[in-house]
Design a protein around this ligand. Structure first.
Ligand code: PLP
Length: 383
C-alpha cells in the first residue's frame, strides 16, 4: 500500500489512527519518550526523517509568519535562486514543486500533452518495484505502463528498459529512481552514463534523486551532470522531505534545461509553494551543521539495524538512503501485522520482490527500540 492508499484506508481513518498518531508521535519525541506504545508507535514506514527539521528552519518559519498573509512570491524567488546557486546553474534551470511529487506529476502531464499534440503514442518505462508516483500520475492520462522487473541482485535491468524504449513506436518516459525506493540501492553513474547521456526526441528521463543527499557511495554521480552539459530530455527531481526533514511542508524541485523547465512549469499549480515551506527550505540549505547531523544520524541508525540483521541472519540490500530493504523469515504481511501489534509500523513488501520488507531508518534511539522488538520476534521464530 502506498501513502495515498494508506491515507484513504477507511478503517485507519475511521479509528482516527493516522492523524492522531502522527500528532502524538511528534509530542512523544519532544518529550524524548519514544518507547513504542499504542499512543506513540514507532513510525518506520514512510521514509520520513524523524529527527525533525533544523532549528534554523523552525526559526525561519516563526519569523515569516507575520507576513504570511502575503503571497509567497519573494520567498519562492529566493529559494529558486538558492537552489540554482547550489548547482552553479541559473534559476531558469530550476522548477519548484509542492513536493517533488508535483514535479513528477507536472512532467508526466507535460509529456502526455506533448505526445497528444504530436499525435504519437506514449509509454512509461519503469523498473518494478520502484517508487510508483510516475506510474500513478501516468495512469489517468492514458499513458501505457511498461514495467521491467529488477534483476535477481535487485539492480535495474537497464538493458531491458532500453530495449523497451527502443522497440516502442512513440515517446518513452523512463523513470529512474536513484537510489531506488524500496531497495535503497544506488545505480552507478558508469551504468547510466551512456543511455541517460543521449539526447533523443523519443526518450525522456525522469531521474528521481529524492535520497541523493544520503549517498556516500562514490559510484553515484547526480544526473544533474547531464543538465549541466545542456541535455534537454531529462529532469532530475530532488526534495526537502528527506535529509532536510520537511516532508509536511511540501517542497521539492526539478533540475533541467531551461526549455524543459518552462515546459514543466506550465503544468504546475500557480503559487504552489507555501511561505513556511520556502523559508524553511532556504534556512535548511544554509544549515550545513544540520545536514551533517542528519547524515550522521542516519548512518548510525543504519549500522544499528545492519548489525542486528547480521546477528539474526537476515539478508539486506546495500542501503544508501534513509531506509533499508531486508529479508524476512516467512510471510511479510504477517510480519508487518505482528510489528504493528507491537506498535512498530514498518514498511511493506514490494511485489514482485517477495520475502523482503522496507524499513525506514528513524533516529538511532528509535532503531535501538526496533532492534529489541526484532530480536524478540527472532526468538519467537517470527523474523
Ligand atoms: C523516490 C521518491 N521520490 C519522491 C518522493 C516524494 O517526495 P516529496 O515529499 O518531495 O513529494 C518520495 C517519497 O517518499 C520518494 O520515495
Amino acid at each position: 500500500m502506498d501513502r495515498r492508499s494508506f491515507l484513504k484506508s477507511s478503517s485507519l481513518v475511521a479509528s482516527g489512527f493516522a492523524l492522531n498518531s502522527l500528532f502524538n508521535q511528534s509530542v512523544a519525541q519532544t518529550n524524548n519518550a519514544i518507547l513504542p506504545s499504542k499512543k506513540h508507535p514507532l513510525l518506520l514506514n514512510f521514509n520520513e526523517n524523524s529527527l525533525g527539521m533544523s532549528p534554523k528552519a523552525k526559526d525561519a518559519i516563526i519569523q515569516a509568519l507575520p507576513t504570511a498573509f502575503r503571497y509567497p512570491d519573494d520567498a519562492r524567488a529566493e529559494l529558486l535562486n538558492n537552489i540554482a546557486e547550489l548547482y552553479n546553474l541559473s534559476d531558469k534551470h530550476i522548477s519548484i514543486g509542492n513536493g517533488s511529487s508535483e514535479t513528477i506529476q507536472a512532467t508526466v502531464a507535460m509529456l502526455a500533452n506533448k505526445a497528444k499534440q504530436r499525435g504519437i503514442n506514449i509509454q512509461l518505462v519503469t523498473p518494478d518495484p520502484t517508487f510508483n508516483y510516475a506510474e500513478l500520475y501516468s495512469l489517468p492520462l492514458g499513458v501505457k505502463i511498461t514495467k521491467i522487473p529488477l534483476k535477481a541482485d535487485l539492480s535495474f535491468d537497464l538493458e531491458k528498459m532500453e530495449q523497451a524504449a527502443s522497440n516502442f513506436d512513440g515517446l518513452s518516459v523512463v523513470y529512474i529512481c536513484n537510489p531506488n525506493n524500496p531497495t535503497a540501492m544506488v545505480t552507478p553513474y558508469s551504468q547510466l552514463e551512456k543511455w541517460l547521456g543521449t539526447q533523443s526526441d523519443n526518450v525522456f528521463f525522469i531521474v528521481d534523486e529524492a535520497y541523493a543527499e544520503f549517498v556516500e557511495d562514490p559510484s553515484f554521480i547526480s544526473a544533474i551532470e547531464f543538465v549541466k552539459k545542456g541535455q534537454e530530455n531529462l529532469v532530475v527531481t530532488r526534495t526537502f522531505s528527506k535529509i532536510f526533514a520537511l516532508a509536511g511542508l511540501r517542497v521539492g524541485y526539478g533540475v533541467a534545461a531551461p526549455n524543459t523547465i518552462s515546459a514543466i512549469d506550465e503544468f504546475l499549480s500557480i503559487d504552489n509553494t507555501n511561505t513556511a515551506g520556502a523559508v524553511a527550505a532556504i534556512a535548511s540549505l544554509k544549515d550545513k551543521t544540520f545536514i551533517a547531523h542528519s547524515l550522521k544520524s542516519n548512518n548510525i541508525s543504519r549500522k544499528i539495524v545492519e548489525k542486528a540483521l547480521t546477528e539474526i541472519g537476515l539478508e539486506y540490500a546495500p542501503s544508501q538512503a534513509n531506509f533499508i530493504f531486508h529479508k524476512v523469515n516467512g510471510d511479510v504481511k504477517t510480519y508487518k501485522q505482528r510489528m504493528a501489534d507491537a506498535n512498530v509500523m514498518v514498511g511493506r513488501e514490494f511485489p514482485p520482490v517477495v520475502g523482503w520488507n522496507r524499513l525506514t531508518l528513524g533516529t538511532p534511539e528509535e532503531m535501538e527500540q526496533f532492534v529489541i522488538v526484532l530480536k524478540q520476534f527472532h526468538e519467537k521464530g517470527w523474523a
